[in-house]
Design a binder for this molecule. Structure first.
Ligand SMILES: [Zn+2]
Length: 155
């Protein structure tokens, strides 16, 4: 084997495991060839010194501007998330107000443990309906946001 081939094998040994035959070739050759022995030891020293050197630090200016750009992008992302639509707040307020107004008169019926009047039944139905609506509100908000961002595949 020529010296060039041995040098290639020595370099290749840094990123892959050589076969036993290849390792034997290097060993046999370097026992006879002073030039390749020198190459092997210098290559090893070079690799070691590269490994021991710390990674170069990012210039402070570049570091700061990268930080600013990332911060800005994060803030934009936060702002782009729309708030709960006013319509939902309005509906929620009306429903809560109606619940309170209707519930107060029949409250005594409930605590006195008397048979429920039709008005009390109506109010209870209304409250249950409102509760169910509250569970669906997050879905409505989510749909609203997706539509606003143009991501809704149904629109
Ligand atoms: Zn050689």
């Amino acid at each position: 084997m020529r010296c060039k081939d041995i040098e290639r094998l020595i370099i290749a040994s840094t990123w892959k495991d050589l076969s036993r035959e290849e390792l034997l070739l290097i060993k046999e050759h370097t026992q006879q060839c002073a030039q390749c022995t020198l190459f092997q030891s210098e290559y090893k020293n070079l690799r070691l010194s590269l490994k021991n050197n710390p990674a170069p630090a990012l210039p402070e200016k570049l570091d700061r501007s990268t930080y600013k750009i990332c911060r800005k992008a994060l803030n934009l992302q936060k702002k782009s998330a729309p708030a709960i639509p006013p319509l939902i707040w309005g509906v929620l307020a009306v429903l809560i107000a109606l619940s309170v107004i209707l519930f107060v008169p029949v409250f005594r019926d409930l605590i006195l443990n008397e048979p429920l009047s039709s008005q009390a039944l109506f109010v209870l139905t209304f409250l249950i309906q409102n509760t169910v609506m509250l569970f669906f509100t997050p879905i409505l908000i989510k749909n609203f946001r997706e539509k606003k961002q143009g991501l809704n595949i149904f629109s």
